[in-house]
Design a protein around this ligand. Structure first.
Ligand SMILES: Cc1cc2nc3c(=O)[nH]c(=O)nc-3n(C[C@H](O)[C@H](O)[C@H](O)COP(=O)(O)O)c2cc1C
Length: 428
């Protein structure tokens, strides 16, 4: 299988940063979360680093009103403003197929693609929380199989709506022909979940179809990605887990009859960058020290199904039972075992690692050592790039753009200039 020759990098924007205590840091911009200039500046920084895109996750419920310390603007609204403050960077947002309708999503994303001149991307997710479902008229989140069946039909309908206007359909001849009727058509979709006549109310956008990303790790999620995604946001704590996911999903893409090399797999990546390893570690320790300890230990107790309240914070994590003996949910527990095996953290360090990105790859070190690790994942078949998750915004993004990107560029692993004006062009 041919591999891409260049890394792909997105900046995953999230409140004050991906560390849950980031908002308490003196450099956080917690007062500015409703100020669009904050997001515009982050997008401009990412564009200065020639990143592929800025990326927003999304959610439809407030999980911890008193403790989370972070909220975010509705992503498409924010990206529309950010489009006007930038010229090249891609603008990717998460849109749930469980809570939107395909017509609504296709219309908004096509509009963003028009406004940005071809830079819109859609991260397809099926959502996960009952609290979100209860904001949308459901009693609870529908079962996974049902969500993915709806997601598949949703994507098909959105693609059909985007194709309901052919290229060149708008004639705009003032002599009397506005659009060529042979190039605009209804889609007449009548399926299990949706009935949509079409055509879309928005004519064909610059990219034709905004770029599809996908995030969702189950077999059904991977198959959806294999059939439709042009890039994938994945989760892997270490290169071994990354390579196993990568090999599996690339095989599924090939089995779906598509070119596996053309679909970029981008795990989340949390970085702590210092001019020395000690400085990088101190940055993590500074954020970890801001965590509410009792609450974090209670949460850890739920993940490992034992009482951790008496665990000594600055001692190594006590021996944990192997996965075969663990009766609770495996996903998060397996991640904790991997973190302990790879990093041998103290209890406090483990709480901090879980508080920033959960189970996502975490690299701590100098710009050179982090560039080495990124290169090793890339060349080792574990990633085609990364969805960057700085623990603290804006500092973490500045550090990456100013210190890590130039090393990747010097090694020929990352673009020095944009060669395209569209998101799809960047991902080629
Ligand atoms: C890396 C990753 C990122 C995700 N981001 C979001 C998100 O921003 N919003 C959302 O509602 N769901 C998100 N999801 C959840 C998926 O939509 C999906 O509902 C959930 O993971 C369960 O499906 P799965 O078992 O296929 O992973 C994400 C999942 C993964 C693995």
């Amino acid at each position: 299988m041919a591999s891409p020759t260049m890394l792909h990098l997105n900046a995953f924007l999230f409140g004050c940063g991906h560390h849950s205590a980031a908002w308490r840091h003196p450099n956080s911009r917690v007062e500015d979360l409703g100020d669009i200039r904050y997001y515009e500046e982050l997008a401009q920084t990412a564009e200065r680093g020639k990143l592929d895109a800025v990326f927003f996750a999304d959610g439809h419920s407030v999980r911890d009103p008193a403790g989370a310390g972070t909220w975010f603007l509705e992503p498409i609204t924010a990206l529309t403003a950010m489009a006007r403050a930038t010229s090249h960077i891609g603008l990717v947002t998460t849109v749930s197929t469980t809570f939107y309708t395909p017509f609504h999503a296709a219309r908004m994303l096509a509009s963003l693609d028009h406004i940005s001149g071809g830079r819109a991307g859609w991260n397809v997710v099926t959502s996960m929380f009952d609290a979100e479902a209860r904001n949308h008229g459901f009693g609870e989140i529908p079962p996974r199989a049902e969500r993915y069946a709806r997601a598949e039909e949703f994507v098909e309908v959105a693609l059909a709506l985007w194709d309901s206007w052919d290229p060149g359909a708008l004639v705009l001849d003032r002599a009397g022909m506005y659009a060529d009727p042979s190039k605009v058509r209804s889609i007449d979709h009548a399926g299990t979940h949706f009935r949509v006549d079409g055509p879309l109310t928005v004519p064909r956008s610059p990219q034709g179809r905004p770029v599809l990303f996908q995030a969702g790790a189950s077999g059904q999620g991977r198959d959806l990605a294999a059939r439709y995604a042009e890039a994938i946001y994945a989760v892997a704590y270490d290169a071994e887990a990354g390579a196993s996911y990568y090999t599996d999903v690339k095989a599924r893409i090939a089995a779906a009859g598509r070119d596996a090399a053309s679909v970029g797999i981008m795990p989340g990546l949390v970085t702590y960058i210092g001019s020395t390893m000690a400085e990088a570690r101190a940055k993590k320790a500074e954020l970890d020290a801001l965590l509410p300890v009792d609450q974090s230990l209670r949460q850890l107790g739920m993940f490992v199904e034992q009482d951790c309240s008496a665990w000594e914070l600055d001692a190594p994590v006590p021996e944990l039972p192997p996965i075969e003996e663990f009766t609770g949910p495996h996903g998060r527990y397996e991640t904790i075992l991997r973190i302990v095996a790879k990093d041998r953290p103290t209890v406090r360090e483990l709480l901090g690692t879980l508080a920033a990105g959960g189970g996502h790859a975490t690299m701590i070190g100098t710009p050179e050592s982090i560039a080495d690790e990124i290169e090793a994942w890339f060349r080792g078949g574990a990633a085609d790039g990364f969805n960057l998750m700085p623990p603290l915004y804006p500092d973490g993004l500045h550090e990456f753009v100013d210190h890590v990107v130039p090393i990747l560029q010097a090694r020929g692993l990352f673009r020095s200039e944009y060669t395209s004006a569209t998101l799809r062009g960047h991902l080629r």
